[in-house]
Design a protein around this ligand. Structure first.
Ligand code: SAM
Length: 212
């Protein structure tokens, strides 16, 4: 996701501390206290500009959503979207998702979404893929028993790699869809990348995998 440097981003995030958590490690074990309603927490990793998380928050008001986005100049757009859409069940974290166990307690999350994650096509970068085994270990810890991971991508290689990675980890593949828009799932909330790629006629892959 390309973006211009935004020198005002630091100040903007500080002004919006009620939406974006700048010290997520200190919130460890307390995420549910961070929302006005005690309800299940779903986590999106690589939130981008916030279209998916805001759409989901409106569609599922009985769920609390946390989005992690590592790039400051991108997460500011997500913060702005949360404000524009006036949703109160979204919190954002400006961090790398590599240490999720530092930010969340065991069994704290009900569902994880990986939307159009960076594919890291080179073999030597395999460990950076968000479906690499070390990430799955983290997901398993912070997810509740039988917690699920939903992956959406346009990238066939990442999709195939992830199916194998989920299976090797002993996860159950509950859904594997090779052309999401063909099946017309009315509950599907599109991400920015999903809109862009599907407009070009590219199929969108989706997989729902459950830990056992
Ligand atoms: N999910 C959005 C969508 O579908 O439109 C954005 C997709 S974009 C290709 C991937 C996003 O994930 C980027 O904004 C990137 O900065 C973020 N990202 C990649 N690796 C990350 C990580 N380890 N932790 C947090 N964010 C990450």
């Amino acid at each position: 996701m390309r973006t211009r440097h935004k020198p005002w981003a630091d100040d903007y995030l500080k002004e919006n501390k009620h939406i974006v958590e700048l010290e997520p490690v200190s919130k460890h074990k307390r995420w549910k206290d961070n929302f006005s309603e005690a309800q299940p927490i779903h986590l999106e990793i690589g939130t981008g500009k916030g279209q998916f998380i805001c759409g989901m928050a409106k569609q599922y008001p009985n769920v609390n959503f946390v989005g992690i986005e590592v790039v400051k100049s991108i997460i500011v757009s997500a913060v702005q979207k949360v404000k524009d859409e006036d949703v109160n069940n979204v919190k954002l974290i400006n961090e790398d998702a590599k240490d999720l166990r530092e930010m969340f307690s065991e069994n704290e999350i009900d569902h994880i979404y990986l939307n159009f994650s960076d594919p890291w096509p080179k073999n030597r970068h395999e460990k950076r893929r968000l479906t690499y085994s070390t990430f799955l270990e983290q997901y398993k810890t912070i997810l509740k028993e039988n917690g699920k991971v939903t992956l959406k991508t346009d990238n066939q290689s990442l999709f195939e790699y992830s199916l194998v990675s989920f299976s090797n980890f002993g996860m159950v593949l509950e859904e594997v869809t090779l052309d999401l828009h063909e099946i017309e799932d009315s509950t599907n909330v599109m991400t920015e990348y999903e809109e862009k790629f599907s407009a070009k006629g590219q199929p969108i892959y989706r997989c729902v995998a459950r830990f056992v």
